[in-house]
Structures are given as C-alpha cells and as structure tokens.
Write a protein that binds this ligand. Structure first.
Ligand SMILES: C[S@@+](CC[C@H](N)C(=O)[O-])C[C@H]1O[C@@H](n2cnc3c(N)ncnc32)[C@H](O)[C@@H]1O
Length: 240
C-alpha cells in the first residue's frame, strides 16, 4: 500500500476527528472485531457483494481507515483501489497490514478529506464507504463529492450503523451500546471519549429512509436500503 501524503488540516473539527482516530488506531481492528463479535466482517462482505455484477475496475474507498473494506473489495477483482482517510494513524496501521498481506500494489492510500476529494469528476467506477459517513462534518457535502467523482452509471455502496426499531432488539442494543461498548472500548483503547462518541454519533445520524433522502438530494437515483442484523447496520446503494 502506498501512502500518498496530502496536507490540508485547516479545519479544527476535522483535526479533532483525525486525532481521535489517530489515538485509537493501534487497537482499532481488534476493538472492531471484539465489539461487533466479528459481525463487522460479514457486513463488509455483504456490502461488497452488491457490486459483484458491476465489475468495477477503479474503486474509491472513502474513510478507508486501516483498509478493511478496501481489502474486502479485492473480491471484485478491480485493477486498483484508492483509499482516502484523514487519519495518518489509521493509514499507517493499514499500511503495516497491507505489507504483511502483500497487497500494497493493488491498494493505494491517500491522506485526504472526503469532503474535498482531490480527484477529477467522473473518475471512479464505484465509490464505497464503511462506517465513515457518520463522521463527516457535512454529510451532504461529503456525499455530493462522492457523486462528483463517480462515473455516470457507477454505484456507491455505503455501510453504516443504523438503529434497530423493533422490541426487544432496540432495548438490547441500546443497553449494549450505551453501557458495555463504552466501557470495553475505554479499557482496550485507553481513549476516554472515542467509544462514547460511537453510540452518540449513531443516535444522531440519519438512517433508513432519512439517509436515502440525503442520497437522492445530492443526485443519486435507484437508491436502496438493506438493513442487516435486525437493523444494527444498513447497506445503502445509490447510482449516478
Ligand atoms: C470507523 S472508521 C472506519 C474505517 C474503515 N472504513 C472500516 O470499515 O473499518 C472511520 C474512519 O473515517 C475517517 N474519517 C473521518 N472523517 C473523515 C473525513 N472527513 N475524510 C476522510 N476520512 C474521514 C477516520 O479517520 C476513520 O479512519
């Protein structure tokens, strides 16, 4: 994996998000799999399968972090995947993983902001994001830029946490995410706020039809929402 440096950290709020992910980056993969009981791996596989008949050759993985969604997207046999993230720490953990797996030629990583992508219009066959859009400072701006760099006819596939609505999953999930998850997250990551931020950000984030409405607003059509595991997370698809 090549890390292409990109220097633009004028925005203090974004610098704060980058800092939070820098702090948890050494423990990010471990915590992800422990806190989701490994289900996150299955969710990423399902999300990638949405594109199996599209045969995308050039894929952009937004908020790529340590690169797990990019690695999963290799199943689509693309020529190249470009990952973008604002956290150097997450990218550097990803880089170690890619070198270990010998994937550095297929996956190129850029330090950059998803709300100001440094790519020309209509460049990518597919644009994907897992657990990233919730962190955008301006959701509409981020989604609009994803739309801009996507080729006409190309698809975006977005995997994100959502809120289970039905009893008893709604209550069980609320208990888990507001009590167990912040405690375990704090102990393992040694970061006091990152894992209280997670349930708070999920609660405040538009999901289901509300999220599809934002996708449509920025120009996507044929939008679909597929809830996963009682609605704990969802796959959103839109086409340009
Ligand atoms: C929860 S992690 C998800 C990482 C990876 N996609 C995965 O599935 O494991 C969220 C990532 O979004 C990145 N991020 C947050 N805001 C961003 C922005 N404005 N532009 C690019 N990346 C951003 C963070 O640095 C972090 O690596």
């Amino acid at each position: 994996m090549t890390v292409v440096p990109y220097k633009d950290k004028q925005d203090p709020k974004k610098a704060q998000v980058a800092e939070m992910f820098n702090n948890i980056s050494p423990k990010y993969d471990l915590l992800n799999h422990v806190l989701s009981l490994g289900i996150d791996i299955i969710w990423r596989k399902k999300a990638v399968k949405v594109l199996k008949n599209d045969h995308p050759k050039l894929i952009l993985d937004i908020a790529t972090g340590t690169g797990d969604f990019a690695i999963e997207a290799l199943a689509l046999n693309p020529d190249k995947i470009i990952g973008v993230d604002i956290s150097e720490g997450m990218l550097s953990e990803g880089q170690k993983k890619m070198i270990k797996k010998g994937l550095q030629d297929k996956i190129e990583m850029h330090l950059g902001d998803s709300e100001g992508l440094q790519f020309e219009d209509n460049k990518f066959d597919a644009v994907i994001v897992s657990f990233g859009v919730r962190n955008f400072e301006n959701l509409e701006k981020g989604l609009a830029d994803m739309y801009r760099v996507l080729k006409p006819g190309g698809k975006t596939v977005i995997l994100e946490f959502s809120k289970p609505r039905a009893f008893p999953m709604k209550q069980a999930y609320s208990f888990y995410s507001n009590t167990i998850l912040p405690q375990v997250g704090k102990i393992v990551s040694k970061d006091n706020s990152a894992y209280t931020y997670l349930p708070e950000s999920v609660e405040a984030f538009p999901d289901g039809e509300d999220f599809l409405a934002v996708l449509k607003k920025v120009g996507f059509h044929s939008t679909v929402c597929k809830p996963l595991t009682f609605g704990i997370s969802s796959i959103y698809v839109g086409q340009k």
